[in-house]
Design a protein around this ligand. Structure first.
Ligand code: FE2
Length: 293
């Protein structure tokens, strides 16, 4: 039984997305985070009346988008005929596959009133053999969401398993995505199957990861520090192993993420993520001539 440790800590920076809303995003992603292509923390931002911004109609092909809302209210609509509201605690797991066109906008009532908006959008890559699969859409409202609470640890299991609770989301490749809240002093031993890439994104408070006295230092090419700790706005990339021990130093919120390395070339252009430039070119053509979705 090998305990995972931190092999690199990646800071976040603030960028603008969609119609111009601010997100916090780890500065180094792509192959380091495989199979995750993107981790955007939307807000927290306090909008005044008629200030909230979203992402109007846009296409996707070749991967999945996962939206998880903590505060605020959004409304979505897509070319497959799906539409609905997204409220705090709700999860939308959209497999774009061969193509989908959708909009992700503040709910009209939220737009009128303003308020706190906070949430995540995560992009999960698909292996080549699944990139052109039929689009699929899974939604778990907060009321049906698998959650668990034990010894100062609360977890919402968006994908995978935590403290004996398993998500109902069907993922194409093995994915763990777990929102964990911990009280100061709480400890979580989370299993992450050996061979999967594991990472922890902290978005409030701070945690120690692994309580091993000596952890072998690894040199990373881009010089981020190696520390067995992660704080608000930091993404800790984990070494291999079959579990990780998380010790909460101050009340904290974090995402545990894990998935397999997709060892394939990535060709990426805006909302399309394929394997070759030719496939990207085809996606753009399909979108332009109306056959993407
Ligand atoms: Fe989108």
């Amino acid at each position: 039984m090998a305990t995972r440790s931190v092999k690199a800590t990646v800071p976040t920076h603030v960028v603008r997305e969609g119609g111009g809303f601010k997100v916090r995003r780890p500065v180094a992603m792509g192959s380091l985070m495989s199979p995750f292509l993107l981790l955007d923390e939307m807000g927290p931002v306090n909008y005044g009346p008629k200030e909230a911004i979203g992402a109007p109609s846009h296409p996707h092909r070749g991967f999945e988008t996962v939206t998880y809302l903590l505060h605020g209210s959004m409304q979505h609509e897509d070319s497959a005929g799906n539409s609905g509201d997204l409220n705090p605690g709700d999860v939308q797991w959209m497999t774009a596959g061969r193509g989908i066109i959708h909009s992700e906008l503040p709910h009209p009532d939220f737009y009128d009133s303003g308020g706190l908006m906070h949430g995540f959008q995560i992009w999960v890559n698909l292996p080549a053999k699944h990139k052109m699969m039929a689009p699929r859409y899974q939604e778990i409202p907060e009321a049906d969401s698998p959650t668990v609470e034990r010894d100062g640890v609360w977890a919402r299991v968006i994908a995978g398993e935590c403290l004996g609770v398993t998500s109902s989301i069907d993922t194409v490749i093995p994915i763990s995505l777990i929102h964990v809240k911990m009280e100061k002093g709480a400890v979580l031993d989370q299993s992450i199957a050996s061979g999967l890439n594991g990472m922890i994104y902290v978005f409030s408070g701070s945690v120690r990861i692994s309580d091993q006295l000596s952890v072998r230092k690894q040199s990373m090419p881009f010089g981020f520090g190696v520390k067995q700790q992660a704080s608000d706005g930091e993404l800790a990339l984990l070494s291999d192993g079959d579990s990780v021990k998380i010790i909460c130093d101050s009340p904290c919120d974090l995402l545990i993420m894990a998935g397999p390395e997709i060892d394939e070339p990535i060709a990426r252009y805006g909302p399309f993520v394929m394997n070759t430039r030719q496939e990207i070119h085809q996606a753009v053509l399909d979108y332009q001539n109306g056959t993407l979705a």
